[in-house]
Each structure stands twice: as C-alpha cells, then as structure tokens.
Design a protein. Structure first.
Lengths: 120, 538
C-alpha cells in the first residue's frame, strides 16, 4: 500500500516533468506571419507585389522567400523582411516565407496566398 | 508674615511645577535615555530625560543591555526623533562588546530600513574593531541579502585595516557556501587596494570556478586603478583566469587613461580576442558616458574592431537616447553591421516610445531602411498595446503607413481578430482597406475560419469584402473546396467572382475529383465552367 503511494508520487512527478519539457519549447517558439503590403501594375499584365513579414517574439531573424511556393527559395537570408516580386496579373499565387533566428538557427514558416490584381 | 509669604511662594511653585509636569511634558512616552558621564545638561522639553533610576548610568558604569534595547525600542516608537537616533549611535559606540549581539537583534527588528542600516553599520564597525571573528560569524548568520552583504563588508573592511592576512585566513576557515565566497571576494578586493601583488597571488590560488574568476577580476580592477601596467603584466602571466584579469585591467585602465588603453588595444593582433576586448571596454565606457565611449572607439584602428565596438556602445546609448544612437548608427556604420545596429535600436525604441520611433522611421530618407525597420517596430510596439499602435499608425502617411498598417493587421488578427477587424473596417474604402481585409482574413482564417466566415457574413457587398472572401477561399480551398466554391459565388465583382470560382473548382478537382465532378454537374454555375472541367479534354 505504502509502495503504491510512492509509485503514485513518482508517476505524478514524472508527468509534471514531461509537461514542463513540453511547455518549455512552446514558450520559446518562433512564429512568422507573411502578408501582402501592396500590388501595383507595372506594364500590361505584370503586377509588382510587395510582401513583408513579422515574427513573434520580436527577435533578430533573417528572412527567405519562396515566391511561388515551389520549394525553392528565391532570395538569400535577408534582414529586411519587405521584398517585391513580379507576377502575372489575375493569378492565384502562394508565397512562402521562412524566418531563421540568428541566435540559434530556429526556423519558422508561413504561407500567404493571394490573387494578383487585374491590370488591363 | 515673612513665613506666610515664603509658604505661599513655595506652595505656588510646587503647584506650578505639578502643572508644568502634568501638561508641559509629552505624555505616553517612556523616556529611558541613560546619562553618560560629563554629558551636558539638556532641555527637558526637547531631549527626553531618564525617568527611571534603573536606566541611569553612574560615572564609571558600563552600558547595560536594557539601556541599548530600550533606547532602540524608543527609537522605533518615535522614528522622527533624531535625538533618539543620536542616542542609539552613542550607546553603540560606547557599549560593552558583550552587549552588542543583543543590540544587533533589536536593531534588526527596526521597521525603517534606513535607520536599521545606519545602526547596523555603526554596530558592526564597532564590533569588528574589537572582535572581528565573532562579528564576522554573526554577519554570516544574517539572512542572505543586502543587510548581510553590508555587514560582511563592514567586518572585512574594518578587519583588513588591521590585518588583511588575518581576515583572509578567517574567510578560508568558513564552511563552503555563499558566505565563504562572499567573504573571500570581499577580503581580496580590500586587500588588493593595499597590497595588490599579495592579493593577486591569493586570488589565483583559489580553486577554479566563479569565485576565483570574480576574485581575480576584483583584484585586477583594483590593481589597475593604481598601476595599470603592473596589473597588465600580472594578467599576462596568468593561464587560467587570463581573460577575466586582462579585461578587468583594461576596463579600469580605459576609465583612467583611455588614450593609452586604446593604443594598447590597437597594437593587439587582429582577431576575435581583440574585438572582444575592445567591445567589452567600449560597453563599460558607454555605461557612464556614450560620447566618451565613441571618442575612445575613434582611436581604434578602422578595421573590424571599430565596427564591432559600436554595437555595445549604441546598445547602451539607445537606452537613454535612442534617436541619437540610431542616427549615429545610420551615419557611421555600413553594410550588415549598420542593418543590425539600426534594427536592434529601433525595436527597443519602439517598445519604450513607439510614437517617437515610428515618426522617426517615417522620416527616413532611405525607403529601403524604412521598409526593413517598420514591420519589426510595429510588431514590437503592438506586443503591449495594439490599439495605441493603431492610433500612432494613423499619424503616418504614404508608403510608411501602408506597410505599418499591413504589419499591424497581420499581427493583431492573430491575437484579437475582432478588434483588428473593427480597426480595418474603420478605414475609408480604397486599396489600403482592401489589402487590410485580405491580410486580416488570411491570418484569421488560419486559426479560426468559422469566426472569420461569420464576420464576412456581416459585411455589405464591396471591394474590401471581395478581397477578404478571396483570402478566405485561398485558406480553405484545399480543406473544404465545396465551401470555397460557395464563398466564391458571393463575390460582388463579376470578373473576380469568375476567377475565384474557377480557382476554387480547380483546387477541388485536384484534391477530390469525384466529388468535384458530381457537384459541378448538378450546380448552377456557368456552362462555360462546366464545359471546361467536365469535358474530357477540359
């Protein structure tokens, strides 16, 4: 009976330890939010889309953009989150942004899907 | 007759004395101040007099414990009475050493921190000058904290005036723990001001660890105040502890002779060590005066050392004058260093004074710098108060406002979409509002598509709603293609409705062609769309 009680305590303590371990990285998690700032028609059927991103928590990061969500990053690691890219007008596009925390290399991703504006 | 007059005068004087005694003296106050030998007479109205013979000290008597404790208690009861403070101090200074432990206990119960510290300081100094070992032991028994630190410092300071060697020997006899560590550090720090060479050899002889490093740093700093070159010579002979000693010597040297220290750093071989040392010195200087630090950096060679030393200086400077620090960074740094510096300063500034930070960013002449900084600054400002940030953004204009609003809505929609949607809806119709609605929906639908859809239902038909519906469709098309197609049908703009519908149907065919085909065949969508997706060649 006494042994059972100790067993219970050990199980509870282990459970608390596991919960702490799960909660700890969550508190430090990096999230990135990509968004469209503006769309401007350039010539004929070409639209210049300005994209940007923010991170939480607000730590030092570098950004990389994959403008077509084809799995290939189209930029290097940038300190400036605000970028521009040219697309055809009236197409549905998804851009993918990756934020890499400078201090420890932790990464976060987001996608932003948008319909490019009509230019003609 | 003369006798009668005499009796009348005596009676009047007696009654008058009684009345003065009754009404004139303060009441409810037990006055138990002892009178020391040859003490000058006092005014009984301003200085309380002893009321009990028991508490009076006759010539040649030692001060007894109750006297000190009673006076301390009296002092507690009358915190504003400065004369009582003087009495306590006087008693401590002339008390018998055997009465000091009880007096310390009484002092520790004083509610006023200032009084308590003042009396402890007097008592411990007095105790340590007579019996430093016992005083030191008692100091170590105090609860860890500022009072114990102060008491320990006083014991050691007093002891070191007599014999630092003996104080060090005592500290070494203490059992391992924070008390011993504190005592060793304190003795070595004191000792190094009188005999740095001997103190340095003792510090180096300590076992490896934080205490040794701190002791070495303390000795190095003290020594460098007196003779930086000798201290530097000693630091350079060290193996383990070299870096900490070296940096401490250089920091102290820089405070006293910045030009000589800069020349020494400049002559070091290029590399990480040189950069670290320069950075550490620059930070230390900037804590007291950023301009002095910047002048010092100017004397460094124009290689990586100067650029790297800017960061700690500007970080310190930005805490007191972020605008000046940011503008200095803009004008005096370049490349990635400049980008990092300005970002760090502006994010910190946006947290402490977002209105000023955002206004400064709007006025930047280089739009690339502005675009790099604004999203992070808005994010930093909105962490605490997105509503206030929204109000500040309304004072911006042009591209800066557009970028700032997009940044805010994207973040706010994740934390409080209802408030964010109300803010977005407050903008006048136009491209900015359309884009805000799209960004709001993009973020909101990611976490709570149901609430996002409910909000969309509440909107009237216009271009902003169409933009938001487009963003919702993009988010839900893969998971719920039928709903996406139905939402597309609610778009007001004919051309956009057709484009979004076709995109949604196409996504449906990609994820579940059988269901898409069955639904489309019975739908009332345009025949053109049906032909395109249902015919084999479509």
């Amino acid at each position: 009976m006494k042994q059972n009680r100790w067993f219970k305590y050990i199980v509870m303590a282990s459970f608390a330890l596991v919960l702490s371990a799960i909660a700890a990285p969550t508190a430090q998690a990096l999230t990135v939010n990509g968004f469209v700032v503006r769309q401007s028609c350039v010539t004929g059927d070409i639209v210049q889309v300005t994209l940007s991103a923010t991170v939480q928590p607000n730590v030092q990061v570098r950004y990389r953009w994959d403008f077509n969500n084809d799995g290939i990053f189209d930029t290097g690691l940038l300190l400036n989150p605000t970028v521009t890219h040219r697309y055809h007008d009236e197409v549905l596009r998804t851009a993918r942004v990756m934020a890499v925390r400078v201090a420890n290399g932790v990464r976060a991703f987001d996608r932003v899907t948008f319909m490019t504006r009509r230019c003609q | 007759m003369n006798h009668r007059i005499l009796a009348l005068v005596a009676t009047t004087t007696f009654v008058g004395g009684l009345m003065v005694g009754h009404y004139g003296l303060p009441r409810g106050r037990t006055v138990m101040i002892p009178v020391a030998k040859n003490e000058p007479a006092r005014n009984s109205f301003s200085q309380p007099r002893p009321t009990s013979q028991r508490d009076r000290i006759k010539s040649g008597d030692s001060l007894r414990r109750p006297n000190i404790n009673n006076t301390i208690e009296n002092s507690i009861a009358h915190p504003a009475d400065r004369s009582l403070h003087d009495e306590v101090r006087h008693l401590i200074e002339s008390a018998d050493v055997k009465d000091l432990p009880a007096a310390l206990d009484a002092i520790l119960s004083l509610p006023n921190q200032r009084e308590r510290n003042m009396f402890i300081s007097t008592l411990i100094s007095r105790w340590a000058s007579n019996d430093p070992t016992t005083a030191g032991q008692r100091a170590l028994q105090l609860p860890a904290g500022p009072i114990r630190d102060m008491a320990l410092q006083l014991v050691i300071a007093t002891w070191c005036e007599q014999s630092a060697e003996a104080a060090y020997a005592w500290a070494n006899t203490l059992s391992a723990g924070p008390g011993r560590d504190d005592a060793l550090r304190e003795v070595l720090s004191r000792w190094s001001s009188t005999d740095p060479k001997r103190a340095a050899s003792m510090a180096v002889a300590l076992p490896s660890g934080a205490v040794r490093d701190q002791a070495i740093a303390g000795v190095a700093e003290q020594w460098a105040q007196k003779d930086p070159r000798a201290a530097l010579g000693w630091a350079e002979t060290l193996g383990e502890g070299h870096d900490v000693a070296w940096q401490s010597v250089l920091a102290a040297w820089t405070q006293n002779e910045p030009a000589a220290a800069a020349a020494y750093v400049a002559a070091l071989a290029p590399g990480k060590t040189k950069e670290q040392v320069a950075g550490a010195i620059a930070r230390q200087l900037a804590k007291s005066d950023p301009q002095t630090a910047l002048s010092w950096i100017e004397q460094l060679p124009n290689d990586g050392t100067r650029q790297n030393s800017l960061e700690p200086v500007l970080t310190e400077w930005s805490e007191t004058d972020p605008k000046a620090a940011a503008e200095f960074a803009l004008q005096n740094s370049s490349g990635e260093t400049r980008e990092n510096l300005i970002a760090a300063i502006s994010y910190q500034w946006a947290q402490t004074n977002p209105a000023a930070a955002l206004a400064w960013t709007q006025d930047l002449s280089d739009p690339t710098v502005r675009d790099a900084l604004l999203p992070g600054m808005v994010s930093a400002a909105a962490e605490d108060n997105p509503s206030a940030t929204a109000e500040m953004i309304s004072r911006l204009s042009g591209d800066a406002q557009l970028l700032a609003t997009s940044s805010l809505i994207s973040q706010w929609a994740g934390t409080d979409p209802q408030a964010a949607s109300a803010w977005a809806a407050s903008f006048p119709q136009g491209e900015m509002r359309d884009q805000l609605f799209a960004n709001l929906m993009n973020r909101w639908a990611k976490t709570d598509p149901s609430s996002a859809a409910t909000w969309l239902d509440s909107l009237g038909a216009d271009e902003s709603r169409d933009a938001a519906v487009g963003a919702l469709i993009s988010r839900i098309a893969s998971a719920d293609p039928q709903a996406a197609v139905q939402w597309a049908a609610t778009i007001n703009d004919t051309a956009m409705r057709e484009t979004e519908t076709q995109q949604a149907v196409q996504t449906w065919f990609e994820v579940d062609p059988a269901s898409a085909r069955a639904w489309l065949a019975n739908s009332n969508l345009d025949d053109e769309i049906k032909r395109r997706f249902l015919t084999p060649q479509g």
